[in-house]
Design a protein around this ligand. Structure first.
Ligand SMILES: O=P(O)(O)OC[C@H]1O[C@H](OP(=O)(O)OP(=O)(O)O)[C@H](O)[C@@H]1O
Ligand SMILES: Nc1ncnc2[nH]cnc12
Length: 191
């Protein structure tokens, strides 16, 4: 099995001092890694009868449509303010850096539909909690949340404890720079 960690690049102090940014663009650019990532996100949910894959923009969208196709499901977008044209539910939340708000169409998911939510990365869990709240407003059944990367020490999984959380790559803060710079074939920026 392909080691997907080799395709995640560390960027220290981005977008602000103290944040170690896990950059997935090398993974997205590699056909084999992209396919393996999609398969790993789908694997626990192949027989879960998912009706809808939902995701927040922007990075969540990258994985959501291929994952929906893989699971025989539809895709419902959760968007930042000012993007959805129809009646919507809204929820404001805090990020690892900054605050934001997300919205979903009121009829995006029908009551009782089985939903899997996907995102590239779980940090504080604020984004995914907002997605879950929005889907609950639609009376969806949240089957699980699937992430490519889980930043374990930020407590997001605990915040999402009512839900089933699947993550492909788990990063502890301490294994960050040393381990990744040894394994990573993509150059890190000099600081
Ligand atoms: O668990 P959290 O603390 O909420 O952080 C994780 C979220 O942060 C990033 O999105 P961001 O809001 O930076 O937007 P983007 O996808 O448009 O880059 C990432 O793609 C997750 O959605
Ligand atoms: N450390 C991080 N790296 C990449 N994306 C993020 N989103 C929130 N925290 C992040």
């Amino acid at each position: 099995m392909l080691d997907l960690r080799r395709f995640v690049r560390d960027i220290p102090d981005y977008p602000q001092p103290g944040i170690l940014f896990r950059d997935i663009t090398p993974m997205l650019a590699d056909p084999e890694a992209l396919a393996a990532a999609n398969e790993a996100l789908a694997e626990p949910f192949l027989d879960a009868k998912i009706d809808i894959v939902a995701a927040a923009e922007a990075r969540g969208f990258i994985f959501a449509a291929p994952l929906a196709i893989r699971l025989g499901a539809g895709f419902v977008p959760i968007r930042k303010p000012g993007k959805l044209p129809f009646d919507m539910h809204s929820f404001a939340y805090e990020l690892e850096y900054g605050t934001d708000e997300l919205q979903i169409h009121v009829d995006g998911v029908k009551p009782g539909q089985r939903v899997l939510i996907v995102d590239d990365l779980l940090a504080t869990g604020g984004t995914m909690e907002a997605c879950c709240r929005l889907l609950e407003k639609c009376d969806a059944e949240i089957v699980g949340c699937s992430f490519l990367i889980h930043l374990v020490q930020l407590g997001g999984k605990e915040r999402l404890s009512p839900y089933s959380v699947h993550s492909v790559l788990n990063y502890d803060q301490d294994d960050g720079e040393t381990e990744l710079s040894a394994q990573n074939e993509f150059p890190n920026p000099t600081v």
